[in-house]
Design a protein around this ligand. Sequence first.
Ligand SMILES: [Zn+2]
Length: 437
Amino acid sequence: MTLVVRARRVVLPDGERAAAVHTAGGVVTAVTGFDDVPASAVTLADDEVLLPGLVDSHVHVNEPGRTEWEGFATATRAAAAGGITTIVDMPLNSVPATTTVEALRVKREAAAGQVAVDVAFWGGAVPGNAGQLRPMHEAGVVGFKCFLLDSGVPEFPPLDDAGLRAALAELATFDGLLIAHAEDEQVIDAAPEPSGASYAAFLASRPPAAEETAIGRLVAATRDTGARSHVVHLADGDALPLLRAARASGVRVTVETCPHYLTFAAEDVPDGDTAFKCCPPIREAVHREALWEALRVGDVDLVVSDHSPCTPELKRLDVGDFGLAWGGIAGLQVALPAVWTGARARGLPLAQVMGWMSAAPALLAGLPGKGAIAVGRDADLVAFAPDERFTVGRLEHRNPVTPYAGRELTGVVRRTWLRGREADGSPLGRLLDRGGR
Ligand SMILES: [Zn+2]
């Protein structure tokens, strides 16, 4: 099966230009001049740019066990609609949590046959499972997630300092990767309790110092063990100097942020609107701008959704109580337009956005077929209209609660191809192993 797509603007690893992308058997076979095409070539409209498929390395699918929150069919349909051709599923919120080889088998069985895009899996590092890490690595997980404080679900307990170091030491023996939810329990315990509809009170309950303290612990343990670690969903601009210094001194730590931290600001979150509740919280605009600047200069490596939905009941929109509501934001389908809207307003180019949202997450997750339009890579392509505006309406996610509802964004995904086939929501996706295709 062959497909040739050409456009006046194609985002390639070395920048943007007019080109034709030739594919066969689901793989890119050549990138040629715009005019060097067969009669069957698809030509994008003048207002469309051809992008590599996005890779979202931070998605909570929750199936099996909490499929009513989100499942593989709905999550991957939302991904395809949003130009995301690969997701990496988080090990928690499903039951069982992916903390053993057997639980990985159960997860893969639940996903098989119903995924509209490609799916890879994170394992989990929890107290007492250090001996499971190498077998899970060999079974194909891309790395391991841990929490440094209560995760919100009892089946996925956090690592204390000794547990963190034990996990990193074990991972260092096979150059595995540990990704960490970095907030510190003691700092949060010492802060005021969140309660009621006040967003300011919720924000005060999870101060920036909680992120800085936990990141400090992670950096020290990463340095001492020589392992690789990654900070998920950074919200705190004040933690950037600490990370910059660690990286400059050779500590192997990378960092991601999320579309909601780049889009919203605490000053604008309405009291009682728990659709905005996530942990760490959306902070003040000064943090948002620091994160944008860090992306611009390369101090933050990637932007991924942290899509973490639940049922509307658990969001407690009935009472609007930030203390009671589940923390997690649903935004997988609008990740690209949300980030592009912000990047465009700040004069940052689309090619750089693709670095954060396609190339860098593919590298983090060790998926060599993904992350770029280049010969030998998978033919994962997106036709994107970067100047078209739209208002966020019904999304493909299982549950419709999202802080993006009704928001006007710029940039419309018009078509997505997965390995050369139109990603129309039907189950074309594959389950991927680390390093695999
Ligand atoms: Zn998450």
